[in-house]
Design a protein around this ligand. Structure first.
Ligand code: IMP
Ligand code: MG
Length: 178
């Protein structure tokens, strides 16, 4: 496994993102929505750095196998939000953007519910693999086209607990793919 981002790099970036969000949202009581499961560690660190009042919600998309479903029309919600976001300032937190299908669909779904504003924050951007155009408001790191694990990201539910973000080799993808 190759370390792509160290714990320290991630910590610094989370602080930087939190500072921006804090300034913009400190008087807005935003609704922070994490896309399960991958974003939970990023989200936990981010709100502790932001230190502002916010409501916390989660949404979970249907996931098939080792990857969330990414085929165009196939992105489906498995657990929806338990609240109405109409009129709210929403901050959507995602771990990684790959083809972009997930966020594109999710953005469409959330915008139909008439939030007052919607900001999309993704820690990692595998920009070389993008298939659909999607505007992401805040991106932590541009990362190479490798399968990444750690800091919440998994491969077959493994390695979420790593403090660094690591890239798997082909051989590791095979070995841990079962
Ligand atoms: P997209 O719809 O292709 O942009 O895929 C986004 C989703 O796929 C993310 O929310 C992750 O759950 C998953 N994913 C994409 N790339 C990786 C990776 O390198 N490691 C772990 N999960 C990934
Ligand atoms: Mg995800």
């Amino acid at each position: 496994m190759e370390v792509i981002l160290t714990e320290e790099q991630i910590k610094n970036k989370v602080k930087e993102i939190a500072k921006k969000l804090k300034e913009e949202y400190k008087d807005k009581n935003p609704c922070v929505i994490g896309v399960l499961k991958g974003s939970f560690i990023f989200l936990a660190d981010l709100i502790r750095e932001m230190q502002i009042d916010c409501t916390l919600e989660f949404i979970r998309l249907a996931s098939y196998g080792s990857k969330s479903v990414i085929e165009e029309e196939d992105v489906k919600i498995m657990w929806d939000l338990p609240i109405d976001i109409e009129g709210k300032d929403v901050i959507l937190i995602e771990d990684i953007v790959d083809t972009g299908h997930t966020l594109k669909k999710l953005k469409e779904i959330l915008l139909k519910r008439n939030p007052r504003s919607l900001k999309i924050v993704a820690l990692l951007d595998k920009w070389e693999r993008r298939k659909v155009n999607i505007e992401i408001d805040i991106i932590g790191f541009k990362v190479p086209d490798k399968f990444l694990v750690g800091y919440g990201l998994d491969y077959n539910e493994k390695f979420r607990y790593f403090k660094n973000v690591c890239g798997l080799t082909k051989e590791e993808l095979e070995r841990f793919g079962k």
